[in-house]
Design a binder for this molecule. Structure first.
Ligand code: SAM
Length: 206
């Protein structure tokens, strides 16, 4: 019962629980994976970056701080998360360096070839049609642009107390195959896959 409730909250935080409890769990529990994603995104200069499922908006804030002339956009379908992330990024939103949108990436319309980097942490387990989402990301990236996906690998996630009707864990091989089929080149996994490690980032180029 709680497993299903918590899994649904992880997918789309809502209500007071989402605002006060899930948000804290994201900030603490996902910090390491987000740091890994930020290292690989390596935001700088005039980069145009999109984060899908920004949660409480910490990564958006870090990326915006590293830019000079660039811009970070974010989309999240949880109203709760939008509220928290807007507060955290208020100054950057006011200057136009950050733009946050409330919506579902699968249904959003971004102009083709508009981002240097698309990144996302802990969302791929919830993509209802992975090929559709991967293809949409491919479309909005500029030629030579990069996708960074931060995730917990299937072997570890299978042993976590999560509702697998809500979460669909993904293996390294499934993710690599998905991205290659969506048209990406040179898909690499960081760090080198190892039985003891749970958290990874896949980096793929358009
Ligand atoms: C598990 S949380 C991860 C949040 C943050 N990236 C982190 O690592 O702490 C998943 C987030 O993605 C959002 N999300 C999931 N699927 C989405 C979609 N299709 N479009 C927009 N946001 C989505 C949820 O609302 C939630 O805030």
């Amino acid at each position: 019962m709680f497993k299903k409730f918590f899994s649904k909250q992880a997918r789309k935080p809502s209500g007071l629980f989402g605002r006060f409890v899930t948000a804290r769990i994201f900030e603490k529990g996902n910090a390491g994976l987000n740091r890994g994603m930020l290292d690989l995104v390596a935001a700088s200069g005039e980069d145009r970056i999109l984060e899908i499922g920004f949660g409480t908006g910490g990564a958006i804030h870090a990326m915006a701080g590293a830019l000079d002339g660039g811009r970070v956009e974010g989309i999240d379908f949880s109203g709760n998360m939008l509220h928290i992330a807007e507060k955290k990024n208020r100054k950057h939103i006011e200057t136009g360096k950050v733009k946050l949108v409330h919506g579902d990436f699968d249904k959003a319309s971004y102009p083709a070839e508009s981002f240097d980097t698309v990144c996302t942490a802990n969302t791929i387990y919830f993509w209802p049609d992975r090929m559709l989402t991967a293809a949409r990301i491919f479309e909005v990236l500029k030629p030579g642009g990069r996708l960074v996906i931060a995730y917990v690998e299937k072997a570890k996630m299978d042993n976590m107390p999560l509702d697998m009707e809500v979460f669909t864990p993904i293996s390294h091989v499934e993710l690599k195959t998905l991205l290659e089929q969506a048209g990406f080149n040179s898909v690499r996994i960081y760090p080198e896959p190892d039985q003891d490690i749970a958290e990874y980032c896949a980096v793929a180029e358009k």
